[in-house]
Design a protein around this ligand. Structure first.
Ligand SMILES: Nc1ncnc2c1ncn2[C@@H]1O[C@H](COP(=O)(O)OP(=O)(O)O)[C@@H](O)[C@H]1O
Ligand SMILES: [Mg+2]
Length: 236
């Protein structure tokens, strides 16, 4: 589904990514781990087209997307829940959800079709707050809204950058439950998160980044067993 080879990217004069290789299969959940500042967000920005790749290639279902603008990549099936949620604070929950509905693949996408009703089913918390401004939601509800908004584009691959950051345990659990349901529906997931323990259950394969490079990759079983790698690269 997604194949990244030798990806290089950065900001201004500074190079952050030094040749990142990454593969995600159809319907697969994969995690991208690593300490702060190692290049995880930069990787998803380069994959989704929010910053330009300076080298390497990005393929989505066999088609090269390396130089396509971000909205084209979204149309082809890349969905992003960005770091910090970035919902529209002055729009209502419903307006936030329908704002992106036309950007994605729509009915031509494989798997289920995401609608307002389907998002409300996944997050009943949002259904009762359809007319509430985004800014008035709790942190957990804002995160649900950010995920719902990305789902409304009907992506093939949903990328989540620190989706449970700053949430209380209960809200965090709701997010993991919902992502499990989305995964069961056949969507592929690339998840960046600090909660390795939760990721071992949800994702089947894991990549660890250090200083703009992938330094470890393996299955949940391999990561669970490799205390040395967890200690060295994640400090957990
Ligand atoms: N907008 C930016 N301008 C300049 N440098 C940045 C910017 N965003 C991130 N960086 C730098 O790029 C490196 C990787 O950051 P980032 O990809 O956000 O890491 P992570 O998501 O793993 O915490 C860090 O050294 C960070 O300071
Ligand atoms: Mg980040």
């Amino acid at each position: 589904m997604l194949k990244v080879r030798g990806l290089e990217a950065g900001y201004g004069a500074g190079q952050v990514l030094h040749g990142v290789d990454l593969d995600i299969g159809a319907g697969e959940a994969v995690s991208l781990l690593g300490r702060n500042g190692m290049g995880k967000t930069t990787t998803v920005k380069a994959i989704t087209g929010l910053i330009a790749a300076r080298g390497g290639r990005i393929m989505l279902e066999g088609a090269e997307i390396t130089r396509l603008p971000a909205h084209e990549r979204a149309r082809l099936g890349l969905g992003l829940v960005p770091e910090g949620r970035q919902i529209f604070p002055n729009l209502t929950v419903r307006e936030n959800l329908i704002a992106t509905a036309r950007a994605g693949r729509g009915a031509e996408g494989s798997g289920e079709k995401w609608t307002l009703e389907r998002v409300h089913e996944l997050f009943p918390e949002l259904a009762g707050r359809a007319s509430t401004a985004g800014a008035l939601l709790s942190g957990g509800e804002q995160q649900m809204l950010a995920i719902g908004r990305a789902l409304m584009t009907n992506p093939r691959l949903l990328i989540l950058d620190e989706a449970t950051e700053g949430l209380a345990p209960m809200a965090r659990r709701r997010i993991w439950e919902a992502l499990g349901e989305v995964l069961d529906g056949g969507m592929a997931l690339l998840i960046i998160d600090k909660n390795v323990h939760d990721l071992l259950k949800l994702a089947s394969r894991h990549y660890i980044m250090e200083k703009g490079r992938i330094v470890w990759q393996g299955s949940s079983g391999a990561l669970a067993e490799d205390a040395a790698a967890r200690d060295k690269y994640l400090g957990v």
